[in-house]
Design a protein around this ligand. Structure first.
Ligand SMILES: *[C@@H]1O[C@H](CO)[C@@H](O)[C@H](O)[C@H]1NC(C)=O
Ligand SMILES: *[C@@H]1O[C@H](CO)[C@@H](O)[C@H](O)[C@H]1NC(C)=O
Ligand SMILES: *[C@@H]1O[C@H](CO)[C@@H](O)[C@H](O)[C@H]1NC(C)=O
Ligand SMILES: *[C@@H]1O[C@H](CO)[C@@H](O)[C@H](O)[C@H]1NC(C)=O
Ligand SMILES: *[C@@H]1O[C@H](CO)[C@@H](O)[C@H](O)[C@H]1NC(C)=O
Ligand SMILES: *[C@@H]1O[C@H](CO)[C@@H](O)[C@H](O)[C@H]1NC(C)=O
Ligand SMILES: *[C@@H]1O[C@H](CO)[C@@H](O)[C@H](O)[C@H]1NC(C)=O
Length: 266
């Protein structure tokens, strides 16, 4: 898929945040195990907290949106190879879906996959450890729920029924050849060593979708929509105008304290 210049600019101008923790936490932050109003552009949002730690793990997320009372299944995934993990504390990966446009009971079944290197293997026979884990969150849509608002819906820092993944990524790294690892060229041929145990705990509801993140998500939704549609609606930036992309980039920098990039999904 074509990635718009707007998204690249948005990615390029986010600020650097340093976090000393070793632990990468990956969570589904929206929807939660709650009840929402149906909506035909319903965001599904994952967060990589302490995202710098994801840089050498070659991570990916595949997930399905399931109708618990029917047979509809929507399979989706996140291409994360081009993410610059170093420049933001929390990286949000999101897609807007039309799957939840009616009342029902749904689930988001998601699998996080990542690669790391085996600290035991000698330097020139590097062994890649591929790992993955699958989590599920159920939620409900009902017309009696308040209008969909991801900001207020994630404001509560306490919630239940929301599993997450935490990975203790040590400072230890090894160089690895592309022949062994397809993620090599995206990670500067460096893999990270993941600490054995114990697995750190997660706190999915500590990550909020704030107004800045939502605005950034909506900006990338619009950018992707404009890329996909030939007859651009009035709200799309004029690609022929030189001034417009700069204005968009300026806005992106304002919005970019936390990054939120994704594609519009029809
Ligand atoms: C869908 O949600 C957005 C906010 O995310 C809201 O602006 C819009 O009105 C909602 N659509 C419907 C049909 O409720
Ligand atoms: C990632 O972002 C950091 C900080 O903004 C920047 O210094 C670095 O050059 C970027 N890396 C790439 C590959 O774009
Ligand atoms: C894979 O990850 C899980 C959860 O983080 C962990 O418990 C398990 O030990 C890992 N497996 C390997 C082979 O590293
Ligand atoms: C929360 O999840 C449980 C099962 O995990 C499910 O039975 C319940 O209906 C869910 N709550 C909502 C509001 O979706
Ligand atoms: C936040 O959620 C917890 C647990 O679900 C609940 O006890 C608490 O009342 C909620 N707080 C607010 C402000 O809604
Ligand atoms: C990639 O690795 C080379 C050699 O190990 C190093 O000089 C360079 O700074 C690295 N680049 C990044 C972006 O980490
Ligand atoms: C992560 O692993 C390192 C090295 O094994 C260990 O010292 C540290 O306590 C671990 N951190 C957490 C939060 O488990």
């Amino acid at each position: 898929m074509h990635i718009s210049t707007t998204i690249w600019m948005l990615a390029a101008c986010l600020g650097t945040v340093i976090n000393a923790s070793n632990v990468l936490e990956v969570n589904l932050v929206f929807p939660r195990n709650e009840t929402y109003a149906p909506n035909d552009t319903f965001p599904v949002v994952f967060a990589f907290k302490n995202s710098e730690r994801a840089r050498r793990l070659n991570p990916s997320i595949s997930y399905s949106l399931r109708d618990e009372d029917g047979d509809k299944v929507y399979n989706l995934w996140h291409e994360l190879h081009w993410v610059n993990w170093t420049n933001q504390e929390t990286y949000f990966a999101h897609k807007y879906s039309n799957a939840f446009s009616t009342e029902g009971r749904w689930s988001v079944l998601w699998t996080l996959s990542w690669d790391s290197c085996n600290v035991e293997s000698p330097e020139y026979s590097n062994e890649v450890i591929s790992n993955s884990t699958t989590k599920a969150t159920m939620f409900t849509t009902s017309n009696s729920a308040p209008k969909l608002d991801p900001v207020s819906a994630t404001a509560n820092k306490t919630c239940t029924g929301q599993p997450g993944v935490a990975i203790n990524v040590t400072d230890k790294t090894k160089s690895i050849s592309s022949a062994l690892w397809e993620g090599g060229k995206y990670t500067n041929h460096t893999c990270a060593v993941v600490a054995a145990s114990p697995t750190p705990s997660t706190n999915p509801c500590r990550t909020q979708i704030d107004k800045t993140t939502l605005a950034s998500m909506e900006a990338s939704k619009l950018a992707s929509y404009c890329d996909l549609h030939f007859n651009e609606p009035a709200e799309c930036p004029d690609k022929k105008s030189a001034a417009q992309p700069l204005a968009v980039a300026g806005l992106s920098c304002l919005l970019g304290l936390t990054g939120a990039l994704g594609f519009f999904l029809v």
